[in-house]
Each structure stands twice: as structure tokens, then as C-alpha cells.
Design a protein around this ligand. Structure first.
Ligand SMILES: *Cc1c(COP(=O)(O)O)cnc(C)c1O
Length: 390
């Protein structure tokens, strides 16, 4: 026998706070999305470090669940997927003129073309490489964000020329909704109609639009008429509801993949009338016990959630006492608290045992569940459960 620590002590062993990612939940959520979208295929969106869940963990779990494609925002995120040895079809949609599009094409990354300069960049890369650039066209059907908007007629002429010249190969044509989370909003139908029209205009210009895709999580779950050939869910992959007013994750057959835990680092008695944390925006109403939770806005706790954010200790919900600091928040645990430093604090979880959910945090901080999970900071170690997919 030896006292030496286990060779593979988990990264979370002595951590103040950490994120646990359930890879099996991501896999099962994607399998559910695949079932709902069929016969359309699923592109799992893993941008922003997979909404804070870990890019490579999530990419592998999504593929294990049956995703046919992966999607990322930034070109550098796509290169990171490839650097990890993940070889699935992969689309990127954000890059500046300085980006190395040629390297992306060399790595079999499909690049979105949503402007004239995007097209010119793809044509130039194709010339350098001596083979057509495989690109997906993005049309702005009304979101007013990325994609070709008013110059679509001129764009389609230039695109058709590039296709005829053998400079680009269009593998897909896509767009994005402004109000998918309000399925009855008139823009949903209007954008869908504009999208179908744009596809027809491409065909009339002699360009095969390739894979057609329009639906994010909300449209995947609520609007089958928008599924086309491929759906592009992000949030639902991680088991969160994009339409909390219409259904919980469980209502859609999904389960939350992220759990955030911290450990109390201080537990102490305080008298009634004690101001707590910067600016004393909370004052104890009675003699009580204060607890220090070592997570703050640098870790992803919204500063806006001071005196509002929910945390669970020993099975009981508490609200943050006073301001959120950079590295810590305080709790008024009540005069009868019998816990101790080292006790676990559940910051965010599935809610099945009364723990706060990402949705609860969103409501406490006037934001959306997307932002709550995505902002969990890189300095929090990630532990993966549910079988690290290979
Ligand atoms: C982020 C994003 C998605 C995924 O959106 P969710 O609402 O998370 O499903 C899909 N398409 C594009 C273009 C995106 O930027």
C-alpha cells in the first residue's frame, strides 16, 4: 500500500468550483433531435466552446448521437475541431478578410459565403489551390445580420459565374430566423417564404443550392415545415429549452448536460445588521450564518444577479446576499445552518432535486439561458461524465 495520490486525480479534486458535463446527455439529446428532424439531418452547433460545455467533448458526443454535421461560428473554432482529429462534415460562418480561408478549405471545412468579398475570397483560394472551393451560400431572409440581403440579384450572377468557371462548388444554401422562438410571429412565415424564393432564384441562375437549412433549435422543435434538408440546433443539443414559455427540456425529450458546483470556503456567524459584500447592498436581518461561495463574475455568475441569483446548499435554496464580486458571492445561510467549509453548493443543474437551473439564472439576471451556460468561464475545470466519447 502507498499513500501516493491516484495518478489520475480528477481536475476538480481540489477545485473551488467546477463544471460537470454529461456527454451522454449531449449524445441522447442529439439522438432525440435526429428523430424529430428526420428525414432532415442534424448539424450540431458547437460554437462558443459548445455553449460552454467543451468543444471537443460536445462534438464527439453529438456525432455519437447521430449528428451528420457540425457547425461553428468562427473559422478558428472549425480549425480547433479538426486539430482534435474530428473529421465530420463541418461548416463555419464567421471570418474576417484576414482569415486563412485556404487553410480551412485544406482542412475540408466548408466556408459560408454571405457577401461579395466572401465570394471573391473563396474564388481566390480556389485559384491558389487549383481546385474548386466548397462553400455554402448564406442569404439574409430578414434577420438583418449575416448573409446577402439587397444585392442578392447581383450576387447570384457573380456566384453563377464562379460556379461555371469551376472556382466554387455550392454544397448548401442557408438562412437564419429572427423570431424562431415565437413560432407564430409573422416574420417566421415571411422569412421561410423568402428563403424558398431565394432557392428558386439560385436555380434559375443555374446554381444548384445543395443542402437547404434554416432551422435553429426553436424551429427544429416547433416548426417542422422549416426543417428542409438539415437542421442546425445549438441550445437543444445541450438540453436547454429555446422556448421556455412553450416547454421545458423534459417536455421536448431533452436533458440538461451542464452542472456547476462550488464548495463553501467560509462559514461564519454574523450579528443582525451586518452589511454583506461591496456596497452593503444586503444587511442581515437577524443573527445568522454567512457562507462564502468561491465563484464570481469572473467565473460566469452574472454581476446583475446580486441579491437575486439562486444557489442550493444542503438541499436548500438560497439567494445571493449582496453584490456579486469578481471571485466570490455570499449567502445568508440562516441561524440554524449546520454545514461547514467544503460543503457543496449547487450553482446550476437539472432542477430535479430543487437545484437552480440555467433558466432560473436567466430569469434572475434578466437574460437568456444561452448566456448563462456560455459564460461559464474557462478557469472552471471541466469534468466529463457519461462516458467521454471517442
Ligand atoms: C447559434 C446558431 C445556431 C444555433 O442556434 P440555437 O438557437 O442555439 O439552436 C444556428 N445557426 C446559426 C447561424 C447560429 O449562429
Amino acid at each position: 500500500m502507498t499513500d501516493a495520490p491516484a495518478a489520475s486525480a480528477p481536475a476538480t479534486a481540489g477545485a473551488s468550483a467546477w463544471v460537470t458535463v454529461d456527454a451522454s446527455a449531449i449524445r441522447d439529446n442529439v439522438a432525440e433531435l435526429v428523430r424529430r428532424a428526420a428525414p432532415a439531418q442534424v448539424m450540431a452547433v458547437v460554437k462558443a466552446d459548445a455553449y460552454g460545455h467543451g468543444l471537443v467533448t460536445a462534438a464527439r458526443a453529438a456525432l455519437a448521437g447521430g449528428a451528420a454535421w457540425l457547425g461553428v461560428a468562427q473559422l478558428d473554432e472549425a480549425l480547433a475541431v479538426r486539430a482534435a482529429g474530428v473529421d465530420a462534415p463541418l461548416l463555419t460562418w464567421i471570418y474576417p478578410p484576414q482569415a486563412d480561408v485556404r487553410a480551412a478549405l485544406d482542412a475540408r471545412i466548408e466556408v459560408t459565403v454571405g457577401s461579395r468579398w466572401n465570394l471573391e475570397t473563396a474564388v481566390a483560394a480556389a485559384r491558389e489551390r487549383g481546385r474548386p472551393a466548397r462553400v455554402q451560400v448564406k442569404v439574409d431572409t430578414g434577420l438583418g445580420r449575416g448573409g446577402v440581403l439587397t444585392d442578392w440579384p447581383e450576387f447570384t450572377v457573380a456566384l453563377a459565374r464562379a460556379v461555371a468557371d469551376g472556382a466554387v462548388e455550392v454544397t448548401g444554401t442557408w438562412s437564419h430566423f429572427a423570431w424562431a422562438d415565437a413560432p407564430r410571429h409573422p416574420t417566421v412565415r415571411a422569412q421561410q417564404e423568402r428563403y424558398v424564393e431565394a432557392l428558386a432564384e439560385l436555380e434559375r441562375a443555374g446554381v444548384d443550392p445543395g443542402l437547404r437549412h434554416l432551422a435553429n433549435s426553436a424551429a427544429t422543435l416547433t416548426n417542422p415545415s422549416a426543417h428542409f434538408d438539415l437542421v442546425r440546433p445549438g441550445l437543444a443539443v445541450y438540453g436547454l429549452s429555446p422556448v421556455p414559455d412553450l416547454g421545458t427540456p423534459a417536455d421536448f425529450g431533452l436533458r440538461e448536460a451542464m452542472r456547476v458546483t462550488a464548495r463553501l470556503t467560509q462559514v461564519k456567524r454574523a450579528r443582525a445588521g451586518q452589511g454583506v459584500s461591496y456596497g452593503h447592498e444586503y444587511t442581515t436581518a437577524r443573527d445568522t450564518v454567512l457562507g462564502l461561495v468561491p465563484m464570481g463574475y469572473a467565473d460566469g455568475i452574472p454581476r446583475h444577479a446580486g441579491n437575486r441569483g439562486p444557489l442550493q446548499v444542503r438541499g436548500r435554496r438560497h439567494t445571493i446576499a449582496g453584490r456579486v464580486c469578481m471571485d466570490q458571492v455570499m449567502l445568508d445561510l440562516g441561524p440554524g445552518f449546520d454545514g461547514a467549509p467544503g460543503d457543496e453548493v449547487v450553482v446550476l443543474g437539472r432542477g430535479a432535486d430543487g437545484e437552480p437551473t440555467a433558466q432560473d439564472w436567466a430569469e434572475a439576471a434578466d437574460t437568456i439561458n444561452y448566456e448563462i451556460v456560455t459564460r461559464m468561464a474557462p478557469r472552471l475545470p471541466r469534468a466529463v461524465i457519461g462516458g467521454e466519447p471517442r
